[in-house]
Design a protein around this ligand. Structure first.
Ligand SMILES: Cc1cc2nc3c(=O)[nH]c(=O)nc-3n(C[C@H](O)[C@H](O)[C@H](O)COP(=O)(O)OP(=O)(O)OC[C@H]3O[C@@H](n4cnc5c(N)ncnc54)[C@H](O)[C@@H]3O)c2cc1C
Length: 459
């Protein structure tokens, strides 16, 4: 019997969004022999991926084996579930854990993306070092490598190209409608559409509706995360999972706007309020702790010491930049520190004394913290003024193991979701279920799976 004729298309795979998820999807599709184009509404590609530290988990990668680190997809899945607690996308945890090491190896080996295993510290939620990041630990470097690879694979990345809606015929997605760019409104027909447009962190109405716990946090992710792709899919009958989860960040340097590396805290640093008192147990992680910090009026301070400052600056470019920009204060002793950050010296001395006793194990920490990294802080001290923030949403539509969007009757033909458009694996609600790397794992991992599947079904 003759094969049914395929519809005429402009391109095999249309990818919406030129962040990590979209670029990975396009690369996987072209690896599989399909043609792909990436449409980006902003002036520049990169989205939240460019703002990130570019850290991607790989559970059982060959670099871990070389470093003598025992890891596996099962261990990664167990770690993620321990951090997140039970949730509505647990199948996806196993899918992404299985995909994680092959994902990192594919990016490095096939597309020469420069990712290196981070061994100098473990990240929030992970029982072994398993995050792989650009040497600079800057998402810009990851995006630059992905764009270079896309160019080499003949993938066109069109910026200033906002997708207005999906082209839907008889319940199947057949392409997209672009509107508002210099070429006016036009339709692009395709066999598959991969929605890699991230979540809805920049849309206050969707935040209020789906993730009200994040309403009090200032959004510091990319402007493009306005949630339209999620809304198109809900209109098609898709349903949300883990809709109230998000990645927060407890300590964005203020007014500098860059991350105060959480390594400062993992090595023994603490967060204090405007009176010089501890805020709580920082070891819940930078995302979970954001909610606690948001309950404190006014900016807070991250307090650590100059050993920690110098070590982190040597490994993390963004922190080194913050230091160079004058964002890290140094103080010879407690009184100088109190004066430098404007808090009560007596209270600060008491706070540091209690933390010292807990860190050296001579008294339990009243806040319950048991992990103190390098132990008690020592003079000279260092401190960063900080505010809590929302980085991205982790709730999205349900997808299957190929990143196909699920409607009421199974996969909706022709459409995939990656990254923030899809349900995340960081628990049902709030920021505390987020493990480091969950954002990029879902973006790059689902992007890779979507692109591969979209190309495979073309034959
Ligand atoms: C400061 C910061 C640090 C972070 N650090 C990490 C980290 O180290 N590891 C980690 O795993 N996660 C991290 N995250 C989260 C991570 O950046 C995101 O989860 C991830 O980048 C999402 O990738 P994405 O491809 O889905 O979306 P993005 O990278 O945001 O890309 C989506 C793109 O789609 C475009 N778009 C949206 N709508 C449309 C439309 N209608 N038409 C055309 N284009 C559209 C957007 O403009 C955007 O460019 C961090 C986030 C922030 C803000």
């Amino acid at each position: 019997m003759a094969e049914p004729k395929r519809p005429e298309v402009d391109v095999d795979v249309v990818v919406v969004g030129a962040g990590g998820g979209g670029l990975a999807a396009a690369l996987a599709a072209t690896d599989g022999g399909a043609t792909a184009v990436v449409l980006e509404k902003e002036e520049r590609p990169g989205g939240n991926t460019a703002a990130s530290t570019g850290s991607v988990p790989g559970g059982g990668s060959r670099w871990q084996a070389e470093a003598g680190i025992e890891d596996s997809p099962a261990r990664l899945a167990a770690d993620l579930l321990r951090q997140s607690g039970p949730h509505e996308a647990e199948d996806l945890v196993r899918v992404l854990a299985e995909a994680s090491a092959p994902l990192v190896e594919w990016l490095v080996d096939t597309h020469q993306v420069d990712l290196r295993l981070i061994t100098d510290y473990k990240h929030v939620g992970h029982s072994v070092p398993r995050l792989h990041a650009p040497p600079s630990r800057k998402g810009h470097a990851l995006v630059a490598d992905l764009l270079r690879a896309a160019k080499a694979a003949d993938v066109e990345v069109l910026t200033h190209t906002p997708v207005e809606r999906l082209l839907v015929e008889n319940g199947a997605v057949r392409g997209v409608v672009v509107s508002g760019n210099r070429s006016g409104t036009y339709t692009l027909r395709s066999h598959a559409v991969v929605l890699a447009a991230n979540g809805f962190g920049a849309d206050p109405e969707m935040i209020a509706r789906f993730a009200p716990q994040a309403s009090g946090l200032e959004y510091l992710g990319a402007h493009g995360s306005t949630g339209e792709a999620v809304r198109w899919l809900l209109d098609l009958g898709a349903t949300m999972a883990n809709e109230s989860a998000f990645q927060g960040y407890a300590a964005v340097a203020s007014p500098h706007g860059s991350i105060t590396s959480w390594t400062t805290v993992e090595h023994g640093g603490i967060l204090i309020d405007g009176n010089g008192a501890r805020i709580g147990d920082e070891s819940v992680g930078y995302s979970g702790f954001a909610a606690e910090v948001s309950r404190v009026p006014g900016p807070v301070h991250v307090v650590f010491d100059t050993r920690i400052r110098d070590s982190v600056a040597a490994h993390e470019e963004e922190f080194a930049d913050l230091l160079a920009a004058g964002g890290v204060k140094e103080a010879a002793d407690v009184n100088a520190l109190a004066a430098a950050i404007g808090v009560d010296g007596t209270q600060l001395a008491r706070t540091l004394e209690i933390a010292r006793a807990a860190a050296e194990g001579s008294a339990p920490d009243p806040a319950g913290r048991t992990e103190w990294g390098w132990g008690p802080l020592r003079r000279p001290y260092a401190a960063v003024r900080a505010i809590p923030a929302l980085f991205h949403t982790q709730g999205g539509v349900r997808v299957d193991e190929h990143a196909r969007v699920l409607g009421p009757d199974g996969p909706v033909p022709g459409v995939y979701a990656a990254g923030g458009v899809a349900a995340g694996v960081s628990g049902r609600e709030g920021g505390s279920g987020y493990s480091s790397g969950n954002g990029l794992l879902a973006a790059l991992g689902l992007g890779m799976l979507a692109g591969r599947h979209a190309a495979a079904v073309l034959g």
